[in-house]
Design a protein around this ligand. Structure first.
Ligand SMILES: *Cc1c(COP(=O)(O)O)cnc(C)c1O
Length: 444
């Protein structure tokens, strides 16, 4: 199948917009390449110069149902003609309905209370505040490589790039970072009869708690079930069961940030469900409303119901357009797209395993459902990250008609819309492999 690049991107129309953008937009936005969007349909997007691309990014795991799914477009249009906003000082049924649906699918047996927000950061911020409020404790544990947002509270946990912290300290005090268990790059020696997950939990208990941090001062542990920005790292089997047990034993809340991994992306509603572990609080955003800004923080009712009126709030929470889009998104994910994510995920992992045999620069392939990372190395024995080569491949894919993004030190992540059909997966992977071949000629 032919890729449909008609003019090497960024083409003339795109370049004109890039120039205007550079004059007025904050330079803090980190862009890897100059894709200027014109429109999208399903898992395909077009730029302003008429180039067509396969979308393995989905607006960073946001366009779960694909671009402009006709049902999503319809419910947004219908709601826009009724009312666009009323504020959380008042009531409306869509706000109740979306909270009811989140309660139905939340990864806890106990009922939850739902706080609706407008982004992932705000859902994390709400969780941090609730954890302090409900426990009366002040300290927290987070993980190196984590990404939880950029506000002063959530930023105190974010640790995926030093640039995100540079010149912003002090952020919220009381956050302790420990290594995230990465099976490909273990920090600790593997314990007998255990895995790197055991090693990390042992470290928290035997080093951190014994030497520096009294466990009964810890309000919560905040963790991504699969690290996103940090490199699409899938923790080993023992990690979450051991972490849950540790939290329960010390009265520490377990907050799971499902902002990137949740909403069916990994083939289950929530990535934490791959380990049969129940969190106390779950943070949701990205995929929830197919691109309309929305976030949610769902807490076990015994915790969430402790807040008094006015303890936390916002203006836009439960926005009716976002709620309408989210309800339809949940319906579409439930009726086939989550299943497709699981099936395509297995298929892509198999294809990448074959590709790894042909390409020495591919050090490691991992993921669940449509949250897949490919790690590039200079040398398989040393596992030295091939960052420049990774950046080059991302760029080459763009020039050939495939949108991808990096994460971690030298990883390319695949996070396409959950509905992506097999033929587009195949076409995308063949562009990806030819970019890897070209890169190996240049870098190895
Ligand atoms: C993107 C992300 C956030 C922040 O979400 P925003 O909507 O950008 O505020 C928080 N946590 C994780 C795991 C994320 O991937």
């Amino acid at each position: 199948m032919s890729s449909r690049i008609v003019v090497t991107p960024p083409g003339p129309k795109a370049r004109a917009i890039l120039e205007r953008d550079a004059r007025v937009l904050s330079p803090s936005y980190a862009r890897d390449y100059g894709f200027v969007m014109e429109r999208g349909q399903g898992a395909e997007v077009w730029d302003v110069d008429g180039n067509r691309y396969i979308d393995f990014v989905a607006g960073i795991a946001v366009n779960a149902t694909g671009h402009c799914h006709p049902e999503i477009v319809r419910v947004i249009q219908e709601q826009a003609a009724k009312f666009i906003h009323i504020s959380s000082d008042y009531y409306h049924e869509l706000m109740v309905r979306i909270a009811e649906r989140i309660n139905e699918i939340a990864p806890m047996q106990e009922d939850v209370t739902v706080f609706l927000a407008n982004s992932g950061t705000e859902s994390v911020e709400a969780a941090i505040k609730l954890a302090r409020y409900a426990t009366g404790r002040r300290q927290f544990i987070g993980f190196l490589g984590a990404f939880h947002g950029r506000s002063m509270g959530s930023l105190s946990f974010t640790a995926s790039k030093a640039r995100q912290q540079e010149r912003f300290f002090p952020t919220m005090p009381g956050v302790w970072h420990v290594p995230f268990p990465d099976p490909y790059h273990p920090v600790f020696p593997t314990p007998l009869n255990g895995d790197e997950g055991d090693a990390v939990v042992n470290y928290i208990e035997q080093e951190l708690f014994a030497e520096a941090l009294p466990p009964d001062e810890v309000a919560a542990i905040l963790v991504e079930p699969i690290q996103g920005e940090g490199g699409y790292i899938v923790p080993p089997p023992n990690f979450f069961p051991r972490l849950r047990e540790l939290c329960t034993r010390h009265g520490i809340l377990l907050i799971v940030d499902e902002v990137q991994a949740g909403m069916g992306r990994t083939g289950k509603w929530w990535a934490i469900q791959h380990w049969n572990v129940e969190p106390d609080i779950v943070c949701i955003a990205k995929g929830i409303a197919s691109g309309v800004p929305m976030g949610a923080m769902a807490a076990r009712k015994s915790i969430g119901a402790q807040w008094k009126p006015g303890a936390h709030g916002n203006t836009y929470g439960g926005n009716p357009i976002a709620a309408a889009a989210a309800l339809k998104t949940i319906e579409l994910i439930e009726n086939g797209m989550m299943q497709n994510a699981a099936e395509m995920g297995v298929w892509i992992l198999d294809a990448l395993a074959e590709m790894q045999a042909r390409h020495p620069s591919i050090g490691h392939v991992r993921g669940k459902g449509l949250m897949i990372g490919v790690e590039f190395v200079k040398n398989r024995a040393t596992k030295e990250p091939a960052k420049e080569m990774r950046d080059w491949i991302v760029h080459r894919c763009f020039e050939r008609g495939l949108l991808t993004l990096g994460c971690g030190r030298s990883v390319i992540r695949f996070m396409p819309p959950l509905m992506i059909p097999r033929d587009l997966v195949e076409e995308g992977l063949s562009i990806f492999e030819s970019a890897v071949s070209d890169a190996e000629k240049q870098f190895l």
